[in-house]
Design a protein around this ligand. Structure first.
Ligand code: PRP
Length: 305
């Protein structure tokens, strides 16, 4: 039975690519708001007896999570054999511990919530910092893929020596994967977060990389302040050509424009989210992992019958 791919939003750049890569039926969802703000959802595709995959952009989580959960529930009621979720950008990963008394630790709470509604989850480079593996918080099969091979191909296609720069300690995991795969040198800075929109970054001595271009690498660009700060330090160190590469380009509050105005040469992220700079296609990475999860879920059902 062909799986059916249902987009939570109508503007998902990955949707058609993924339908093709998975040989999946393109599902149709009608989604709007009632005047009081509640979500109206209607599944226009026949899903009974089919494995369903929901493709979701969770970059604006609080506007989308109720609809995501209602959709999962509806697909089950309509007879789907399994319901998985592909959320290339996995939200609610940053508040992974209680920094101040009484704070909600939303990363494990959100994981428990999704685990109740879905059979499996796939995402790309989630913000794993103090949580090291999704399986620590998810009780369903949860796969975190790495976009490093795609980013490395982009770097390999350029014909110049470049220094890969991670802005903070946790970016080491992404930058070192990229350095290994592209054969380019890397450094990692130190970041101090002073607020949602305020960070301080220091970089090690860089004089030995004179003549290189710099490629800033991070998992997420949100407000862009981390990238902007790192860019200022690179400028001060004499770098004239600075590119900026991220797995997920949220580009909140005009971040892409701010980075361009500050002199970024190439700005590029994956197509996990919609946006003019989000051009690296994730479907070749996602499709084999989704196939594997569909197979596991099918054989799990067969074994339990
Ligand atoms: O574009 P921005 O608004 O600056 O956000 C993006 C930055 O935020 C995240 O790290 P964060 O500072 O949350 O790291 P933490 O997990 O150490 O708190 C992420 O890894 C980026 O470095």
């Amino acid at each position: 039975m062909k799986p059916i791919l249902i987009p939570l939003q109508s503007d998902l750049p990955l949707f058609q690519h993924l339908c093709t890569a998975l040989d999946a039926e393109a599902g149709e969802l009608e989604r709007r708001r009632f005047p009081d703000g509640e979500s109206y959802l209607r599944v226009h595709s026949a899903v009974a007896a089919k494995p369903c995959i929901v493709l979701a952009n969770l970059s604006d989580p609080d506007a989308n999570i109720p609809a995501l959960l209602f959709l999962a529930d509806t697909l089950r009621e309509l007879g789907a054999t399994s319901v998985g979720v592909v959320a290339p950008y996995l939200c609610y990963m940053r508040q992974d511990r209680r920094f101040h008394t009484g704070e909600a630790v939303t990363a494990p709470s959100f994981a428990r919530l999704l685990s109740r509604y879905f059979d499996w989850l796939v995402c790309v480079d989630p913000h794993l910092h103090r949580i090291h593996r999704l399986q620590e918080v998810y009780s369903i099969p949860a796969v975190a893929l790495s976009a490093a091979p795609l980013l490395a191909s982009w770097i390999a296609a350029r014909d110049e020596p470049c220094l890969l720069v991670g802005p903070d300690a946790e970016s080491r995991q992404w930058v070192s994967a990229l350095a290994r795969q592209s054969g380019q040198p890397m450094i990692v800075g130190e970041k101090q977060r002073l607020g949602d929109r305020e960070v301080r970054i220091s970089l090690p001595a860089l004089s030995q990389y004179c003549g290189h271009s710099a490629v800033l690498v991070d998992d997420v660009i949100s407000s862009g302040h981390t990238a902007l700060e790192a860019l200022h330090r690179l400028r001060e160190a004499g770098f004239a050509r600075i590119d900026c590469l991220a797995v997920h380009g949220l580009f909140a509050e005009g971040a892409a424009e701010k980075l361009r105005r500050a002199g970024v040469r190439h700005l590029l992220a994956s197509n996990s989210l919609a946006g003019a700079d989000n051009r690296l296609d994730l479907s070749p990475l996602l499709a084999p992992a989704i196939h594997e999860l569909l197979n596991r879920s099918r054989s799990g059902r067969e074994n339990s019958q």
